[in-house]
Design a protein around this ligand. Structure first.
Ligand code: ADP
Ligand code: MG
Length: 863
């Protein structure tokens, strides 16, 4: 059979997809293939077909039990040719599968990596002579990958044990380091790498240099198709941009990991269901997002790596329609990314603190060690907080100590039960022979067989499931016996905890004498920096942007041009942008510098060559250091010739035109918030004037004599509500107080009250429990959707909406219903029916009580 006919026979497909046939042939030619193809490209077929073509069976190592089952079921549709062995299978079923293999019935055996450590399993498999070993989701092998799994490290030992060299690996992760790790860790002897399918030909990539991130975002959003995601580097930036856009009338709520889980859930739903068209988010947004019609992605800051960037823009245009992406870049973004990277990197000193923290928490003195596990539970975390070690740094610090063999660190899910014995090997065997309990004999013999002499030196992990099925007892009984052996001092039995655990491997040392190799720390740091540098290169590149990304991922197409990115479209676009960018900087710098600056100082400032402390501390110091002095001078004269700045007595100043074009929006925002404040002050001033007018009548004095306008304005601004406060306002005298003071205070207190009531009536009148429902109604969700989002029964939601209508009779309820439902109910209501039950009886049964209740409430309010 040929690969092509296998494709037809087993899968019913007519033709291969790009890459598949080449990969299959290379596997058949016994190369060690590493195939890097995006998710959904069809990697499974690439190993399934070679396996099906061979006489013996092949092994597929795959990390996800659920996926395993799906694949096996799909393969077995016509005839049983595939099987899996993992922790969900009991012992006798595994034996059955092994039998089927020995009868040559099974071609593909899926196993989880955890199985590979089981000696019995390895012996059995090796006797059955498998053809190939295939490693799916192979990025799990690399610590640089996202889903690193320690058990993947066992694969190469496993292959050596069973004597197989025909290993191939598959992943969708195209990061160069991960590729390198896979090839090294799997010890590929005849490697052949295939990378393809990463091009996204409907994405238009653009990079724009600007310091005006908010304003630029606004102008792009105004001219772009929705839905859109605006990615920001920090939580703070999401809030700033979101607020700025809101002020300009564009709704783009912010989303980041600091929000509650419910809020995030609702925002996600809003975005998916098109209730909001645009969202401002950190990279926390989008994990597992599958919205196919996203048209625009804006990066308000440069991301920290090409892979993050590509993953994020990759969320646009999944429906294959043309979509645009923009990255706004400012030289400061590089610093920001370095800062963010630094947050995840503990320093040498911080590692010492973490080292001491672990031993202190376990109560271990210098020179000592304990072989008990340290649990990284809430108590431990509280301890860390007290000594001010942040969680991210702790985790990377621990990983570092682990890599230097000071300790073992296991996540909760990796924890297994451990046993150890304090008996000598002779005593242990004596006990096995002499005990009357058969179960103890079997159990201890089995543990000894699986772990060998290690049992006498240290804790060894045991496979509860394996043992319980081999001894034909259930897990609970097994644990009971282990507990007993623990009590009588034969075994030290340690149950697996849920929290991550640390096992110390060396006695405590003074930190000065720790023989740690800090080079790897440096290596990691350099790694992160190189990622950022690559991003910088991407920004500065004048070649096709898509090609840059593809080349980065190893997909080499020398003459490729996407024809859609800013660089391919040419137009001297990037150059014009640089000019505009430097112009902005020049104008802003002068503005920030207090309105004027000597031209020589400006050039030095931008070039980063000044000595004066005043200049050095300015925001833009050194931002143009990549340009020569001559170039910067040229920029300045160009800005001057555009009349954006002018020369005032030998100093450069921003002209009115410059202010309008580049600084205006800053004034704008100030004006808006100032306006609100002034409006309010005026309200107080008017009230105070009325009081003054009354006093003026009463004392037959001119208003100015009661209290002059200037002082009155001061009072309006300060809004004092006690005699001592009003008397502390400068210019307000005792005499004034005697004439009108009490009345002024009363007026102010009244207005203060009114202010609180206004706030309450717009926000807080609705009880908190109903607030969420209210928001969802406003966003025009259906009743069913609201019920599912709030996880409340429809009946309860409908009662809440009844109350909402009570508060806000104008609430638009039409979206809660399907159109036909509302029409049906309205017809009955117009006939004068007013009882819920009556109406329900005359309507078709699909119209729920909830909906009738809402329609009725609204009907009553509007009549
Ligand atoms: P990956 O592992 O690369 O994410 P899968 O192997 O799960 O992708 O394949 C994704 C889908 O593509 C599957 O439904 C598979 O049946 C289908 N597929 C794979 N190869 C072909 C082909 N040559 N023709 C048609 N469909 C294919
Ligand atoms: Mg797959």
């Amino acid at each position: 059979m040929t690969p092509k006919s296998a494709l037809n026979k087993y899968f019913g497909y007519d033709s291969f997809r790009p890459g598949q046939e080449e990969i299959i042939n290379a596997i058949l030619e016994e190369f060690n293939v590493l195939a890097v193809l995006p998710t959904g490209a069809g990697k499974s077929l690439c190993y399934q077909i070679p396996a099906l073509l061979k006489e013996h069976f092949s092994i597929v190592i795959s990390p996800l039990i659920s996926l395993m089952k799906d694949q096996v079921d799909a393969l077995n549709k016509n005839e049983r040719i595939a099987a899996f062995i993992n922790s969900s299978l009991d012992y006798s079923s595994s034996v059955k599968v092994l039998n089927e293999i020995s009868q040559n019935k099974i071609k593909l055996l899926y196993v989880s990596p955890e199985r590979l450590g089981n000696n019995i399993f390895v012996d059995n498999i090796s006797a059955l002579k498998p053809e190939y070993v295939f490693v799916d989701e192979a990025h799990c092998i690399s610590e640089w990958g996202h889903s690193f799994r320690p058990s993947y490290m066992r694969i190469v030992d496993f292959c050596n044990q069973i004597g197989i060299e025909k290993i191939s690996a598959f992943t969708a992760t195209a990061v160069p380091e991960v590729r390198k790790d896979i090839i090294e860790m799997l010890d590929f002897k005849r490697p052949k790498i295939f990378i393809s399918g990463f091009e996204r030909d409907n994405l238009h990539l653009n990079v724009i240099a600007t310091k005006q991130k908010k304003e630029k975002t606004l102008s792009i959003i105004k001219h772009s198709e929705m839905p859109a995601i605006i990615y920001c580097a920090t939580r703070k930036q999401t809030e700033e941009i979101s607020n700025f856009l809101a002020m300009k009338g564009i709704e783009a709520p912010f989303y980041h990991a600091g929000l509650t889980a419910e809020t995030r859930q609702i925002l996600q739903n809003d975005f998916f269901s098109d209730h909001i068209k645009c969202i401002t988010a950190t990279n926390a947004f989008g994990m597992g997002i599958d919205k196919s019609d996203i048209r625009t992605i804006i990066h308000a800051s440069m991301p920290g790596s090409v892979e993050n960037y590509y993953q994020e823009i990759g969320r646009a245009g999944r429906d294959q329609k043309q979509s645009k992406t923009y990255m706004l870049f400012d030289s400061k973004d590089t610093d920001l990314q370095e800062f963010l990277a630094m947050q995840t990197m503990p320093t040498k000193e911080e590692i010492f603190v973490i080292y001491n923290a672990v031993y202190d928490f376990a109560g271990i003195a210098t020179g000592s060690i304990s072989d008990r596990l340290v649990h990284v539970d809430e108590k431990f975390k509280t301890f860390l907080r007290r000594i001010k070690v942040n969680q991210t740094k702790f985790e990377s610090g621990i990983r570092f100590l682990k890599n230097n063999d000071y300790l073992q660190y296991k996540h909760g899910y990796e924890n297994r039960p451990h046993v150890k014995t304090v008996l000598s090997s002779g005593d242990f065997k004596k006990f096995i022979l002499s005990t009357h309990k058969i179960i103890f004999k079997d159990l201890l013999a089995m543990i000894l067989r699986n772990s060998g002499n290690n049992l006498f030196n240290s804790f060894v992990s045991i496979d509860l499931e394996g043992i319980s099925s081999e001894l034909a007892i259930d897990a609970e009984t097994l644990e009971f016996h282990l507990d007993e052996l623990n009590k009588i001092g034969i075994l030290d039995y340690e149950k697996p905890p849920n929290a991550p655990t640390i096992r110390l491997l060396k006695p405590r040392e003074k930190t000065e004498s720790l023989g740690i190799d800090f080079k790897s720390l440096e290596k990691k740091w350099q790694y992160l920096l190189s990622k950022i540098e690559k991003m910088n290169e991407f920004v500065r590149s004048t070649d096709c942007r898509m090609n840059f990304v593809l080349a980065y991922f190893g997909e080499v197409n020398p003459n490729y041009k996407c024809g859609k990115c800013d660089n391919c479209l040419g137009l001297d676009h990037s150059l014009a942008q640089t000019d505009e960018y430097v112009e902005e900087i020049i104008i802003q710098t002068i503005h920030e510098f207090g309105g004027s600056i000597k031209d020589k100082d400006l050039v030095k400032l931008l070039a980063g060559k000044a000595k004066h402390p005043e200049i050095i501390k300015t925001n833009n110091y050194g931002v143009c250091r990549h340009f020569s002095k001559k170039e910067i001078e040229n920029f300045v004269s160009k800005v001057m010739s555009k009349k954006l700045i002018n020369d005032v007595n030998g100093r450069l100043a921003v002209s009115d035109k410059g202010m309008d074009e580049f600084i205006l929006h800053v004034k704008d925002t100030k004006r808006i918030s100032a306006n609100v404040k002034i409006d309010e002050d005026l309200k107080y001033l008017n009230a105070l004037r009325e009081v003054r007018a009354a006093a003026s009548k009463k004392f037959t004095q001119k208003p100015e004599q009661i209290c002059n306008d200037e002082v009155l304005m001061q009072i309006a601004k300060a809004k004092p509500d006690t005699p001592s406060k009003i008397l502390s306002i400068s210019g307000f005298t005792r005499i004034m107080f005697n004439k009108a003071g009490e009345d002024f205070l009363e007026a102010i207190i009244e207005l203060n009250k009114a202010k609180v009531i206004i706030q309450k009536s717009t926000d807080n009148k609705i009880p908190d429990t109903i607030k969420l429902t209210y928001d969802l109604v406003k966003k025009k969700y259906s009743l069913e959707d609201i019920a599912s989002l709030t996880k409340l029964p429809e009946a309860v939601v409908s009662m809440q909406i009844e109350s909402i209508i009570e508060y806000f009779p104008d609430t638009d309820i039409s979206n809660l219903f399907k159109k036909s439902e509302l029409e049906l109910i309205s017809t009955e209501l117009s006939k004068g029916l007013t009882e819920l039950k009556e109406i329900k009886e005359v309507l078709p049964s699909f119209v729920s009580y909830g909906k009738i209740r809402i329609a009725l409430a609204k009907h009553k309010k509007s009549n």
